[in-house]
Design a protein around this ligand. Structure first.
Ligand SMILES: *Cc1c(COP(=O)(O)O)cnc(C)c1O
Length: 401
């Protein structure tokens, strides 16, 4: 299939003229934009009231040309009319949910999802009178049962963190149309290279642009993409709540996007290869990767995804300590809590939740789970590194009586 994604990622910044003929759009480092005289202010306010889409810039909490260039590129990649950038993925998710929901409303969230998103839904939204029901990702009947008269939003994360569960988005969008709700999909793990949720009838796509989109483990940003009329209240909320990305980070994100297609395709290949390798290893109890037939959502992934990304989750044949020894034996990946960048990152999710065993069990994260996010290192090197770390584990296991 001819896919113009890489052309769009290089060229798609919206056709606004680049000042000075600069190839790279400049970083417009300013908090405000000045007016020649009061007549210019009046003209600006007249156009603003008429919702002129070509409106000039006024103040950096509302818009900035560098940010707009990155937003245009993202909108082009997702196939949406408009994109809005935020200071982080969480700012994008919380601002969007706050602008779609009011007191008395209800939302349905497919499990599992990013821990802080669940945190916001469980512990913050109820304070503003918004209730939620969590439903299993692989039981669409349960989604319908969870819907109430007051349901305004259906939320899914696909593939999800860290078990890479894949929801049937066509079905989710169909259900939302039937009940008059909006669908919001966190597509951070997929990126537009592997999945374009809008083309499946989803209303709004959100991203932690911190991950694959920026791609270099050097900034925080978030995005929401969709139809202009749906994003109008979100833009309004962003202007009030203020979680707007700065022009430096927007510029770095725009640069990262130029290589998105190249990077994610490579990470798809490496992810699948490492998942297949891990599945053959006796010291690995289970591998979670939607590209493997053993994954519960392998069929859905085949329907929906171009590739399954660079994150592979797997369970070590051992306890919390043995799993830690395996992680420590790895030589290439850094230990840390992010993914999607050029450097491989590994983490034992249970350790990032809590050291209290009861709390860990309640979180649903197995003690022996490892989340391995492949970067852009050579796949042979990464596989050899995994092999030697598993060997360390087995040697130690054999020494025990
Ligand atoms: C990291 C992440 C977030 C939060 O994004 P930040 O940029 O860290 O605020 C949300 N959803 C998913 C799936 C993530 O991986």
């Amino acid at each position: 299939m001819h896919d113009p994604l890489s052309t769009r990622s290089v060229h798609g910044d919206g056709g606004e003229p680049h000042p000075y003929g600069a190839l790279a759009f400049p970083i417009v480092q300013t908090s405000t934009f000045t007016f020649r005289d009061t007549a210019a202010v009046r003209e600006f306010m007249r156009r603003k009231a008429a919702r002129d889409p070509e409106l000039r810039d006024e103040y950096a909490r509302y818009s900035n040309p560098t940010t707009r260039a990155a937003e245009h590129t993202l909108a082009a990649l997702e196939g949406g009319e408009q994109a809005l950038l935020f200071t982080s993925g969480m700012a994008a998710i919380t601002t969007t949910l706050l602008s779609l929901l009011s007191s008395g409303d209800h939302l349905v969230v497919l499990e599992c999802c990013y821990r802080r998103t669940a945190d916001f839904v469980r512990n913050f939204l109820p304070r503003w009178g918004v209730g939620a029901t969590f439903a299993p990702v692989d039981r669409p009947e349960a989604w319908s049962e969870a819907v109430r008269r007051t349901t305004r939003v259906l939320f899914a994360e696909t593939p999800s963190n860290p078990y890479l569960r894949v929801a049937d988005l066509d079905r989710l969008a169909g259900l939302a149309r039937d009940c008059g709700a909006r669908t919001l999909v966190d597509s951070t793990f997929a990126t537009p290279v592997n999945l374009r949720p809008l083309s499946h009838g989803v209303d709004l796509v959100v991203h932690s642009a911190t991950k694959y989109l920026a791609g270099h483990n050097d900034l925080l940003a978030g995005a929401v993409i969709g139809r202009r009329d749906l994003l109008e209240p979100v833009a309004e909320a962003r202007g009030v709540l203020g979680g707007v990305v700065g022009p430096h980070d927007a510029w770095l994100l725009r640069r990262g996007l130029k290589t998105l297609d190249l990077r994610v395709r490579r990470q798809n290949e490496t992810g699948l290869r490492l998942a297949r390798f891990l599945e053959t290893q006796p010291a690995v109890r289970k591998v979670w990767y939607p590209g493997l037939e053993s994954h519960p959502d392998h069929a859905a992934a085949g329907q929906l995804l171009e590739g399954c990304g660079g994150v592979v989750s797997f369970e070590i044949d051992g306890d919390l300590e043995a799993t830690g020894r395996f992680v420590d034996a790895l030589q290439i990946p850094f230990i840390g809590p992010t993914l999607g960048g050029v450097e491989s990152i590994v983490q034992q999710p249970a350790l990032f939740v809590s050291l209290d065993p009861a709390e860990r069990r309640a979180s649903g994260l197995a003690d022996n789970l490892v989340r391995y996010a492949a970067g852009l290192e050579d796949a042979d090197d990464l596989e050899a590194d995994l092999a030697q770390a598993l060997e360390v584990l087995e040697r130690r296991g054999r020494r025990q009586p």
